[in-house]
Design a protein around this ligand. Structure first.
Ligand SMILES: Nc1nc(=O)c2c([nH]1)NC[C@@H]1CN(c3ccc(C(=O)N[C@@H](CCC(=O)O)C(=O)O)cc3)C=[N+]21
Ligand SMILES: [Mg+2]
Length: 298
C-alpha cells in the first residue's frame, strides 16, 4: 500500500474539541446551543446515527433533543413537530433523519424547517445560498469531505475534481463546495459514459454513489486524493455468524495501491459528518443571536 490513509476519527475528534471549546465560551455568556433530531420509524441504522449524534452533542456541551415518531406518523404530525421546533428558542438546529417512510414527502418536510435552524443545509434556501456564494448552512457530509481533502492539499485550487453521484445530500453540494475552492469540477453519475475514464482524470475523486466497492483501483489516477463517502453494510463471511461489515464505494485495498491519499470506511468521512453537524449547530446558535461565529476549518 502506498497511499496515506486520512484519519477521519482523529480529524473529527479535533473539530469536535474546537466546537466544544467555543461552546464553553458561549455558555459563559448564557447561551447553550441545542440540537433537535427527528427520527420517524424504526430503521435500525438510523437509530445508531441518532444515538451517536445525541452522545456527541452532549459531549460538546450542547443540549440534545430527540424526537422519535412511529413509522406510520402522518405528514401533518411531522410538519407540526417541525413548526414547534422552529418556534422553540432552546432549539438552534433541527435535523430530520432521512430517509423518511415512503408515505412522507421529504421535500415538504425540509421546506418546513426554518433555514436559520437547518443544520443539515438541505433547505432550498441554504442550497441556493451555497450555489450563489452567500453565507449558508452547508451540508455536513460535503463539508467533512472538503475538510479532509484540504488536510491533504491545503489549496485545492486548479485541481481536477470528479464527484461520482449527483444527490442533493452529497453529490451536488460537494461539487458546489469544490467549485468555491476553485477546483475544475465534473459531476459523474449512473448515466456517465466511460465512468472509469472520467474517474482517471481526477486529482481529487469524491465517491458518493452508494454502491459497495464500485470504484476500482484501475479507475484511479496515480497519486490522486480519494474521498470515499459510501457507508455500505455488506455480509462478512470471513467473520461467520451472518455478521456484516461496513465498506465504502471504493475498493479500498486496490485503490490504496494507486492513490496518494485515501479516506477509509469506517473512520473517514462518517466521523467528520457528525463533527460538522456540531459545527453547524454552533454556527446557527451564533448567527441567530448575531454573535460572531468562532473560526473553524473550511
Ligand atoms: N438528515 C440526515 N442527515 C444526515 O447527515 C444523515 C441522515 N439524515 N441519514 C443517514 C445518513 C448517514 N449518516 C452518517 C453519519 C455518520 C456516520 C458515522 O459516523 N460512521 C462511522 C461508523 C459508524 C458505524 O460503525 O456504524 C464511520 O464511518 O466511521 C455514518 C452515517 C448521516 N446521515
Ligand atoms: Mg467513513
Amino acid at each position: 500500500m502506498s497511499a496515506t490513509v486520512v484519519d477521519g476519527n482523529a480529524q473529527g475528534a479535533a473539530l469536535r474539541a474546537r466546537v466544544a471549546e467555543a461552546v464553553r465560551g458561549l455558555r459563559a455568556r448564557g447561551v447553550t446551543p441545542g440540537l433537535a433530531v427527528v427520527l420517524v420509524g424504526e430503521d435500525p441504522a438510523s437509530r445508531v446515527y441518532v444515538k451517536n449524534k445525541s452522545a456527541r452533542t452532549v459531549e460538546a456541551g450542547m443540549r440534545s433533543f430527540d424526537h422519535k415518531l412511529p413509522a406510520d406518523a402522518s405528514e401533518a404530525e411531522i410538519l407540526d413537530l417541525v413548526r414547534r421546533l422552529n418556534a422553540d428558542e432552546a432549539v438552534d438546529g433541527i435535523l430530520v433523519q432521512l430517509p423518511l417512510p415512503p408515505h412522507i414527502a421529504p421535500a415538504k418536510v425540509l421546506l418546513a424547517i426554518d433555514p436559520a435552524k437547518d443544520v443539515d443545509g438541505f433547505h432550498p434556501v441554504n442550497a441556493g445560498r451555497l450555489a450563489t456564494g452567500q453565507k449558508a448552512l452547508v451540508p455536513c457530509t460535503p463539508l467533512g469531505c472538503v475538510i479532509l481533502a484540504k488536510s491533504v492539499h491545503p489549496s485545492l485550487a486548479g485541481m481536477e475534481a470528479v464527484v461520482v453521484g449527483r444527490s442533493n445530500i452529497v453529490g451536488k453540494p460537494v461539487a458546489q463546495l469544490l467549485l468555491a475552492e476553485s477546483c475544475t469540477v465534473t459531476i459523474a453519475h449512473s448515466r456517465t459514459r466511460d465512468l472509469p475514464a472520467v474517474c482517471r482524470r481526477a486529482d481529487l475523486l469524491v465517491a458518493a454513489v452508494g454502491r459497495p466497492e464500485m470504484i476500482r483501483g484501475g479507475w484511479i489516477k496515480p497519486g490522486a486524493t480519494v474521498i470515499d463517502v459510501g457507508i455500505n453494510r455488506v455480509p462478512n463471511p470471513a467473520a461467520g455468524d451472518g455478521k456484516t461489515k461496513l465498506v465504502g464505494d471504493v475498493a479500498f485495498a486496490e485503490a490504496a495501491e494507486v492513490a496518494g491519499a485515501i479516506t477509509p470506511v469506517p473512520g473517514g468521512v462518517g466521523p467528520m459528518t457528525i463533527a460538522c453537524l456540531l459545527r453547524n449547530t454552533l454556527q446557527a446558535a451564533c448567527d441567530r443571536r448575531s454573535l460572531p461565529v468562532p473560526e473553524m476549518p473550511a
